[in-house]
Design a protein. Structure first.
Length: 496
């Protein structure tokens, strides 16, 4: 047994996540300031007395943020309580104009949910402790260096008051890989719900609690008792901004903790900062305890009766259900179905194409050709969704034999994406119209006449000779012939 394997047998990894999701509402959570492109606007122009925390300003709860939180709760099979309340979380930091953050404490809007993940074919259910609404602080810009070395710092309150939902999981993860799978899954669900924009900077931020427990303290079903968890020293890793980042940061932290234990050191309970560029976690400060925040009820916001919202707000078909439906309804294999449900926009695009064409053909064109080319160009389906008509025309041209599949894939589709032209224009411009049969028969005869050696080789049973002749015909037709039918024509002609 390797030292690593021995180590893994002695210790189990326990990870819990806090995921901050920026909600896609048009205005901030407690005022009417716009949330659109706040980071691109002139600093401190998207502000008002409420989000600047001026004396006497009163918060008004954004209905859209509550709706988004209820949708998230339903998607995570969480309980929505009768009523939910807001609390002040008190701490002092320059990006926090009121010196407290408006958040939820003992009556969060979502409670006790779950999300199933699959890692290497193993399905696991991750418990969701709670999900609550809160406001984002502003942002700091350190001039002339990092937070340690800057000459001075500038504060921008444009972001202050942006609505967030913080999703807190149970300590149910047993490996960094599982956290990555969870975050990818969660991001998919949030995108389907339409409450979240993955491409927006800072739209998903993760803090992770991680500790090691003795392997013998883990029950056979993988559960760990509350007493063991309470005794374990844990570090909180902050500043994780992607699912890949989560897996890397936690893998680093697992190794760091195991090495410390091996050397007989005690793991400090502390907050550590994930330094993405260096790929390490660094100690930040000792972790505040809950008491440090002096939570108390926000008297300016009455309790919100929220139970009935759950029945009134509907959510769309979610990724898992849609993937299964794609397999049963369209007969797709699980890999294609997964690709085609990776985002709601991709799934919608596929279903639109599948209305006009055979499902297999639609799946090949969307999952393999289009997504592959988009990915290569760092583009998303949303960049081309208004060109659905052109894309369908391209498949139509292939399907009706007016352009070869090879040319459609390798030239027409690529130029459609690069130049923005429609398929007919490209086919015309590049002379890709499929040659008619008479023309190809002419090329076949020419190739046979011009290459007597190859013809002789063919009759002597040399396999390569036919491919050579096909190549000659393809060249003459400038790619407008279909290699399969050229092959057939050549065989027929050579057999005479
Ligand atoms: Zn405001």
């Amino acid at each position: 047994m390797t030292a690593q394997a021995a180590e893994n047998r002695e210790h189990a990894v326990v990870i819990g996540l806090e995921v901050h999701v920026q909600l896609e509402t048009s205005t901030k959570i407690f005022c009417n300031c716009s949330t659109t492109a706040v980071d691109d606007e002139e600093p401190n122009t998207r502000t008002c007395p409420v989000c600047l925390g001026l004396p006497g300003a009163l918060p008004v709860l954004n209905e859209g943020a509550v709706e988004a939180a209820v949708k998230i709760g339903k998607a995570l099979s969480a309980d929505i309580p009768e009523r939910t309340t807001f609390h002040r979380k008190n701490y002092y930091y320059p990006d926090l104009p009121k010196n407290f953050q408006l958040t939820q404490y003992d009556a969060p809007i979502c409670q006790q949910g779950s999300l199933e993940i699959s890692v290497e074919g193993q399905r696991r259910e991750i418990g969701i402790t709670r999900a609550h609404l809160e406001e984002d602080p502003g942002s700091l810009q350190h001039e002339g260096g990092s937070i340690d070395t800057a000459d001075y710092s500038l504060i921008n309150y444009n972001r202050a008051g942006t609505p967030l939902v913080e999703i807190v999981t149970e300590p149910d993860f047993r490996s960094p890989q599982e956290t990555r799978a969870f975050l990818a899954k969660l991001e998919g669900v949030l995108e389907y719900l339409g409450v979240f924009e993955a491409t927006r900077d800072g739209s998903l931020r993760v803090d992770a609690n991680i500790s090691l427990v003795e392997a013998e303290d883990v029950d056979e079903d993988g559960s760990i008792s509350d007493d063991v968890l309470a005794d374990a020293n844990r570090t909180e890793v902050k500043n994780i901004s992607s699912h890949k980042g989560a897996e890397k940061a936690l893998a680093y932290e697992v190794t760091r903790q195991k090495n410390a234990v091996r050397r007989g050191r005690v793991i400090e309970t502390e907050t550590r900062h994930w330094d993405e560029s260096r790929g390490i976690t660094v100690s930040m400060r000792s972790k505040e305890s809950e008491a440090d925040y002096r939570y108390f009820r926000e008297a300016d916001l009455p309790p919100l009766e929220v139970a009935h919202w759950k029945d009134e707000i509907s959510i769309p078909e979610l990724p898992d259900a849609r993937r299964e439906r794609f397999q049963s309804e369209y007969g797709l294999d699980s890999e294609s179905a997964s690709k085609l449900t990776s985002t709601k926009a991709v799934a919608d695009f596929f279903e639109a194409v599948a209305e006009s064409f055979d499902a297999d053909l639609a799946a090949t064109w969307v999952a393999d050709n289009l997504l592959g080319e988009l990915n290569y160009r760092d583009m998303a389906i949303t960049d081309v969704e208004d060109r659905l008509d052109e894309f369908e025309r391209l498949i139509e041209l292939v399907d009706s034999d007016q352009v070869t599949t090879k040319n459609a894939e390798e030239i027409v589709l690529r130029e459609m994406l690069d130049e923005g032209d429609d398929p007919a224009t490209i086919i015309d411009r590049e002379g890709l119209g499929k040659a008619d049969e008479g023309e190809i028969e002419g090329f076949v005869s020419e190739a046979i006449e011009e290459n007597p050696d190859a013809v002789e080789d063919y009759h002597n049973g040399e396999g390569g000779a036919l491919n050579f002749l096909v190549g000659q015909v393809m060249q003459k037709s400038q790619g407008s012939a279909d290699p399969g039918s050229v092959n057939e024509l050549l065989r027929a002609e050579l057999a005479e």
